[in-house]
Design a protein around this ligand. Structure first.
Ligand SMILES: Nc1ncnc2c1ncn2[C@@H]1O[C@H](COP(=O)(O)OP(=O)(O)OP(=O)(O)O)[C@@H](O)[C@H]1O
Length: 231
């Protein structure tokens, strides 16, 4: 579970976050929409502990995120737009490496299982990362999150640049993770995918969450209209 309480972040004359409040429960996928500069990445960066808010609180499983205390880092995983992995290592070697960094040692069988759960076909597990498509890299990122046993997964523009099939696969993997109790928080510009994958949508403008809607009975056209009216 994650919670933002009156988050404010200012940089000199710029107010990146201007009193952001939300709560995302276990099993939910929250998609955050908003124009460039709306404050989506800043919100994620506060939860990742990369930056401190000027005021307010970010909570993960009721523990306050603090840039000097890494307790909340153990509860989360982060999947950026381009997952940074070692190109000269294979998918399974990357997973093993990043799992060890997080303090976990897994057998080959377990590593294969995590990659398979993330949707990566077994025949490519031993191929070098440099030969992987963007969608395959995302899957290794998800496998790392699964191996880390993260309760909460933050994603920034995860489907940007993915083809429709890779996006559909990514969506079904996210839904499976949420069904297993993970909390997913995703910043995206993809309205169609947000409706498809999200259980709730937030629309941000000028550092404020101006709308929050459930995706139950919401079409992409309705969301697009709401988005255009909001920004
Ligand atoms: N380190 C920084 N110093 C100064 N201003 C910053 C800094 N980081 C972000 N900002 C400003 O804060 C505001 C919010 O930026 P943020 O990156 O969170 O937006 P975003 O919604 O993620 O945009 P995008 O969709 O382009 O990624 C912008 O006006 C941005 O210029």
């Amino acid at each position: 579970m994650i919670k933002a309480i009156d988050l404010i972040k200012t940089y000199n004359t710029t107010t990146a976050l201007n009193g952001v409040n939300f709560e995302v429960k276990s099993g939910e996928i929250f998609c955050l929409l908003g124009q460039n500069g709306a404050g989506k990445t800043t919100t994620i960066n506060v939860f990742l502990g990369f930056i401190s808010p000027s005021s307010g609180e970010a909570l993960i499983n009721n523990v306050q995120v603090n840039t000097n205390d890494h307790r909340t880092n153990e509860m989360l995983a982060y999947i950026p737009e381009v997952v940074q992995l070692y190109g000269n290592l294979s998918g399974i070697e990357n997973l093993d490496f990043f799992s060890r960094l997080a303090g976990f040692r897994y057998s080959s069988k377990e590593l294969v299982s995590f990659l398979t759960q993330a949707g990566l076909q077994e025949e490519v597990h031993s191929n070098r990362l440099s030969s992987y498509s963007k969608g395959m890299r995302q899957k290794v990122g998800i496998a790392i999150a699964i191996a880390k046993n993260a309760d909460v997964i933050f994603m920034d523009e995860p489907t940007s640049g993915l083809d429709p099939k890779a996006t559909a696969e990514f969506t079904s993997i996210c839904k499976r993770l949420a069904a297993n109790g993970k909390t997913i928080f995703m910043a995206t510009h993809d309205i169609f995918n947000a409706v498809n994958v999200g259980s709730r949508i937030g629309i941000m403008k000028g550092g404020v969450l101006v709308h929050e809607v459930s995706t139950a009975n919401l079409s992409a056209v309705q969301l697009q209209q709401l988005y255009l009216e909001s920004i």
